[in-house]
Ligand binder design. Structure first.
Ligand SMILES: *Cc1c(COP(=O)(O)O)cnc(C)c1O
Length: 401
């Protein structure tokens, strides 16, 4: 297959150039400038394919779409280039990428250490599924390196963390985790959904595999559910047989949408960051709000670490309005921002942790994590920031005193 091997001709290509060009399939028949959609479940078998199956390199040939498809390959090349590593596999959801990756990196009876502020779906998988398969999990404060080190046992194999926590956007020290993993010969998997490869490449800091829910910023248009695992070829090659077994492959048409979304990733992330920064500044100066969290604000407790690690501060902002009742009223008052869970799309979305991501927690448990009553989470889209600010201003002004 002829893909655009950008590395060969432009080894110093910037991230926007990579996002546009890397991996694009050069169709020799038509000269199409984009990757065609290979909407085919299976491929004609010849000598070469039979040999690949027999000799164990079926991942490198087209045989059947769960095994591989040109639409997946193009996308995987682009993701590997964006994460500055060798290989990637796309999945039918972020959770398929996460569960398949984690299960491929654990031996029988292994222990893993994970953040105590994980994405809910990941927590459910770790808490309900892994123990029933004979694995054990310790949950630690992701900002406490001493506690993470202290949780290591002889049977520990894996560290699993997210780059930014939800909803308070605590910045996790990925380089320190990479160092710890190296010292103790542990594997490190990082969920970089909230930061994207535009902000940081966790593999450069010692992560072995980076996973993303592509449903969010990578695709960026709230019209697709997908996931991806990225890393050195030897790790991704070990994930691939599990993909075959668990079955979470990505459909070719979804690959097309995902690849199209990725082309504007750098551009969109700039707009998300610009809008989120302006909205965060507005909220910080508004009398009705308290506890505004945005890593790009100098008031954020992890601002220094974020400035050191991230080339882009992203589009997530959270703040509190004093009570969950007031937060519910605020949502009713908003006219432009839509009430929906999920994040990372071109349209701004708003949700409340107390009745969505953290509904299973008691008010005390939420307080312990630092989630104040009336906490509101914003995913800032790419609209004109002044329109978002005007919407928030009118919604805050109409809250009862
Ligand atoms: C949404 C999300 C996931 C799950 O991804 P799906 O595509 O919904 O399966 C995992 N991790 C994080 C941080 C997420 O935000």
């Amino acid at each position: 297959m002829r893909v655009n091997d950008l590395k060969l001709h432009y080894p110093k290509a910037g991230v926007s150039t990579i996002a546009v060009h890397a991996g694009t399939y050069d169709d020799p028949m038509t000269g199409a400038v984009g990757t065609p959609i290979y909407q085919s479940s299976t491929f004609i078998l010849g000598e070469d394919q039979y040999q690949a199956v027999e000799q164990g390199y079926a991942r490198d040939r087209f045989i059947y779409t769960r095994y591989g498809n040109p639409s997946q390959w193009a996308l995987q090349e682009k993701m590997a280039a964006l994460e500055k590593t060798e290989s990637a596999i796309v999945f039918s959801s972020g959770m398929a990428a996460i569960s398949t990756t984690v299960l491929s990196m654990l031996d029988k009876g292994a222990h893993l250490i994970a953040s105590n502020e994980l994405y809910g779906g990941t927590y459910n998988f770790f808490h309900h599924e892994l123990p029933s398969l004979g694995f054990s999990v310790s949950y630690v404060n992701p900002r406490d390196m001493a506690a993470i080190a202290a949780a290591i046992r002889p049977e520990t194999m894996l560290l699993y963390f997210e780059t930014l926590t939800n909803p308070l956007l605590k910045v996790v020290d990925i380089p320190a985790l990479g160092k710890l993993a190296r010292e103790h010969q542990l594997r490190l998997v990082i969920d970089a959904t909230f930061t994207t490869p535009i902000a940081m490449n966790a593999i450069e800091y010692g992560a072995h595999v980076v996973v993303h829910s592509a449903t969010k910023y990578l695709n960026g248009h709230s019209d697709l559910v997908a996931g991806v695992a990225v890393g050195a070829r030897k790790y991704i090659d070990a994930i691939w047989p599990r993909l075959l077994a668990y079955g979470g492959c990505l459909d070719p048409h979804a690959c097309f949408l995902f690849e199209r979304g990725l082309k504007t990733l750098a551009l969109r992330m700039k707009a998300h960051e610009d809008g989120a920064f302006q909205v965060a500044q507005f909220l910080e100066n508004h009398p009705r709000t308290r506890q505004v969290f945005y890593p790009g604000l100098s008031s954020h407790p992890d601002h220094d670490l974020a400035s050191h690690l991230f080339k882009n501060m992203g589009g997530m902002v959270s703040f509190a309005v004093g009570s969950d009742q007031a937060a519910l009223q605020l949502l009713q008052n908003l006219r432009l921002m839509r009430q929906a869970t999920s994040l990372g799309g071109v349209e701004s979305l708003v949700s409340l942790p107390f009745n969505t991501s953290h509904a299973a927690y008691t008010a005390d448990q939420r307080a312990q994590l630092g989630i104040a009553p009336g906490c509101v989470r914003l995913s800032i889209g790419i609209e004109d920031p002044q329109d978002l600010i005007a919407d928030l201003a009118q919604a805050l002004d109409r809250l009862p005193i």
